[in-house]
Design a binder for this molecule. Structure first.
Ligand SMILES: Cc1ncc(COP(=O)(O)O)c(C=O)c1O
Length: 378
């Protein structure tokens, strides 16, 4: 999370010019096909279906897998995971997360299964893989579809295999804020050829091979311009990942010893992309709430994000339609703050962010007094 990872701008413009020269701007052009091939390589899957964004990818996937009734998912996610289901008339059933990982707790997921449940959607929060094996067992025991929102987890791995090939399918996001960006974009990756075919049809108005409508579909195609950016940004991915890891190390060193501020860590064995540097702020120790820290940072021209707060069950329509208490999720949502990172964030920037955080935490009660009542504008 920082500025967009563009990669080699000249290369992007060459690709864009190529599309203009070909006069082939959308509808399954060569750049989209190439991007799909590259993403499938990273994910280690047979198929990739690129889409206009990840929200539409989730929507198509929920449609294509025939989900019905209730779908179990964590509330500690971006609201798109739930909205994509709710927009199809499905009922998102939120369950609590494992406090250590922030990902859906398989035991809580199993407790949430009812006769109406058709699927489970795991979310690899901040790129940390869900408890995939245990979720697989729950899904198998109850005959449920298992899908993953892997919007944050491009290039990460679980037990030595790349994220992408787990469950029936997984979804990546290539939004401008993501580690690989295509302005707006997303993709479903899967090893299931029939599912990929259905997704391709649904992505394009429900058309079959003859170009006529065979089912209700939507328009969720990726454009050639988006694929041009996606390919260029993807070429810079490993460099971005390296930079993100160095940034994370600087943050960890810079915030070491700041009581009540914990930098979320990643397991090196999971090949993390480290696109999110997240801190947890324990107000009981710091004497200053996360929202006030955010406000102080903003005053210093440092933009941060509450990823994810409020949690999905705390916002409409879910909090009214289906009130639920999720203690671990709520505690996490109260504490998390994502700090600036990415290739454009330099070491000196990180030192400054850490310095501001140190000062603000050190002056906890005074800061709280100075900004009393201003939290909501953070
Ligand atoms: C976990 C998660 N799922 C889905 C999405 C939606 O992605 P998009 O913006 O590409 O629609 C996001 C976006 O930030 C996300 O963080």
């Amino acid at each position: 999370m920082g500025r967009p990872t563009v990669g080699d701008r000249k290369r992007f413009l060459e690709r864009l010019n190529g599309a203009l020269d070909r006069q082939w701007l959308t509808n399954g052009g060569p750049l989209v096909h190439e991007f799909e091939d590259r993403v499938a390589e990273v994910a280690g899957t047979r198929h990739c279906v690129a889409t206009s964004n990840a929200t539409m990818a989730l929507h198509l996937l929920y449609m294509a897998t025939g989900l019905s009734g209730e779908v179990i998912m964590p509330a500690m996610t971006y609201v798109a995971t739930a909205h994509a289901a709710r927009a199809l008339g499905l009922t998102p059933v939120f369950c609590d997360v494992d406090p250590d990982t922030g990902c859906i707790d398989p035991r809580r997921a199993e407790e949430a299964v009812t006769a109406r449940t058709s699927g489970i959607v795991g979310v690899h929060l901040w790129g940390r893989p869900s408890a995939i094996d245990d979720l697989g067992k729950v899904a198998e025991r109850h005959g449920l579809r298992l899908l993953f929102d892997a919007a944050h987890a491009l290039g990460c791995s679980y037990r030595g295999r790349p994220v992408g090939g787990f469950g029936a399918a997984e979804v990546f996001s290539f939004h401008a804020t993501k580690v690989v960006n295509s302005f707006e974009g997303g993709a479903v990756v899967t090893d299931d050829g029939d599912l990929a075919e259905r997704l391709r049809s649904l992505r394009s108005f429900g058309f079959g091979p003859d170009g006529t409508s065979q089912r209700v579909g939507i328009n969720a195609k990726m454009s050639e311009a988006a694929a041009a950016m996606g390919l260029t940004s993807l070429e810079a991915f490993e460099e971005t990942r390296r930079h993100n890891r160095v940034n994370l190390d600087h943050y960890a060193a810079g915030l070491a010893g700041v009581d009540g501020v914990e930098v979320v860590t990643y397991d090196a064995a999971q090949n993390p992309n480290c696109q999110y540097v997240v801190i947890r702020v324990d107000e009981a120790v710091t004497g200053i709430h996360r929202d006030l820290l955010m406000r102080v940072l903003k005053e210093e021209n440092i933009t941060t994000q509450r990823y994810f707060s409020p949690a999905c069950h705390q916002v409409e329509p879910y909090r009214t339609e289906r009130p639920v208490v999720l203690p671990h999720t709520e505690r996490l949502a109260e504490q998390v703050l994502a700090l600036p990172t990415g290739p454009t964030v330099a070491t000196a920037d990180i030192h400054r962010v850490c310095e501001v955080l140190r000062c603000a935490v050190g002056a906890g009660p005074q800061v709280t007094e100075r900004f009393r009542g201003c939290e909501e504008t953070a």
